[in-house]
Design a protein around this ligand. Structure first.
Ligand SMILES: Cc1cc2nc3c(=O)[nH]c(=O)nc-3n(C[C@H](O)[C@H](O)[C@H](O)COP(=O)(O)OP(=O)(O)OC[C@H]3O[C@@H](n4cnc5c(N)ncnc54)[C@H](O)[C@@H]3O)c2cc1C
Length: 355
């Protein structure tokens, strides 16, 4: 009798859930370990700020959703022991033949205590942010990447006077000058102030201080300064803040039988849910084919949709920038499409024509 190899997936985010469904559809034995066993649609958490969506619309309970053939363990991952091929959780050890790591990231704080600030990283923090915004007159958002800008758009719709502060001299500085200029134009039209070249050195209740000695006061401070590897990932894989090093086939460099992707890996460009989902699918393909050379993640075109409140937004595709006023609603459709896609993957598993 052939004993199927055991694949353990760490984290039930975009990477983990998509990899797990593809693996079980291909006949693999799969276990997911996640600290909540809830799959959150994090790109939609900004919609909590104005109560456009509630928790139920952004979260799937995996114990109800996933096929019962996927074993689920609700546990916090503490360590991985590659030599013994085991994962250490707070509830004990779990063995694996192949490991898929999708533990996500954490807000990049550059060593600063950001606890007085709010953020939108997950449903609960976004609910807290939303509540605080009810009584806020003025908000400062640290970080003018796409997340900070979307949060600024939502707060402005709530009539909170909003300022984006950014260490770089232009918003979305990872894109070209023309894209930043277009974004500045929209921010201006929306009455969202932008202050560039401002590096935050301290966050306190009611104000942020900059390295140049200046200060910006606000009754709501939101932190949106990017993503770094979580402390757990840094410790387990001895990585820097950018995360686990992987090759083009998403195999962790220096480890046997460990794949990794999503926000916990060190890849160039913006980290997005779309990339994490695609990477999960490539990892599943590579585990199923079990042969060299590994399939590689396609080098991603720069594609990003940024909505700024209800009636403004930009679509970036490589060097092209398009302006559109329906993007908040378009992003609602993307969410519906994503959840439908997951349901189809799950249905494939139950289909009669599969072995
Ligand atoms: C406010 C906000 C808005 C965003 N908007 C967009 C957008 O519009 N479009 C877009 O494409 N991307 C967007 N992103 C980025 C996107 O959400 C991430 O890139 C994506 O979630 C990464 O997927 P992942 O699977 O790597 O990690 P995650 O989705 O974060 O999943 C990680 C999983 O690991 C689990 N976990 C973590 N640590 C442990 C542990 N120690 N033990 C057990 N389980 C653990 C968590 O519970 C979680 O389920 C946004 C991000 C934020 C914060």
């Amino acid at each position: 009798m052939t004993v199927s190899e055991k694949i353990v997936v760490l984290g039930a985010g975009f990477l983990g859930v998509n990899a797990a469904l593809d693996l079980v559809n291909a006949g693999k034995q799969v276990t997911i370990i996640d600290e909540t066993l809830k799959h959150q649609y994090i790109p939609g958490t900004v919609d909590i700020i104005r109560n456009r969506f509630q928790r139920e619309e952004l979260e799937i309970n995996l114990e109800e959703f996933l096929p019962e053939q996927i074993e689920l363990k609700e546990a916090t991952v503490k360590d991985v022991r590659p030599d013994e091929k085991t994962v250490e959780t707070r509830n004990g050890l779990i063995g694996y033949d192949k490991l898929v790591t999708g533990l996500g990231g954490a807000p990049e704080n550059f060593g600063i205590d950001i606890s007085p600030a709010e953020h939108a990283w997950g449903i609960k923090p976004a609910q807290k942010l939303s509540k605080k915004a009810e009584n806020a007159e003025k908000a400062v958002i640290v970080g003018a990447g796409y997340v900070g800008i979307e949060v600024a758009g939502e707060l402005t719709e709530k009539e909170v006077e909003t300022t984006l502060v950014e260490a770089n001299t232009r918003p979305m500085s990872y894109l070209d000058q023309k894209s930043s200029e277009k974004m500045l134009e929209i921010l201006h039209n929306k009455d969202i102030k932008f202050k560039g070249g401002k590096q935050v050195s301290e966050v306190a209740e009611g104000s942020v201080t900059f390295t140049d000695g200046g200060e910006e006061a606000a009754d709501l401070i939101v932190w949106a300064a990017g993503v770094k590897a979580s402390e757990t990932v840094k410790q387990i894989f001895s990585t820097g803040r950018k995360g686990i090093e992987v090759n083009q086939g998403l195999s962790a460099i220096g480890y046997n039988d460990i794949f990794a992707g999503g926000d916990c890996v060190d890849v160039s460009g913006q980290k997005t849910a779309h990339k994490a989902m695609k990477q999960g699918e490539v990892i599943a393909e590579n585990i199923v084919s079990n042969s060299e050379p590994l399939n590689q993640v396609e080098s991603e075109q720069n594609f990003l949709i940024v909505s700024i409140g209800d009636k403004a937004g930009l679509i970036f595709q490589n060097k092209l920038v398009f302006s559109a006023n329906f993007l908040r609603h378009f992003k609602d459709l993307v969410k519906t499409y994503y959840f439908t896609r997951l349901k189809i993957k799950k249905k494939l598993f139950n289909a009669d024509f599969l072995p």
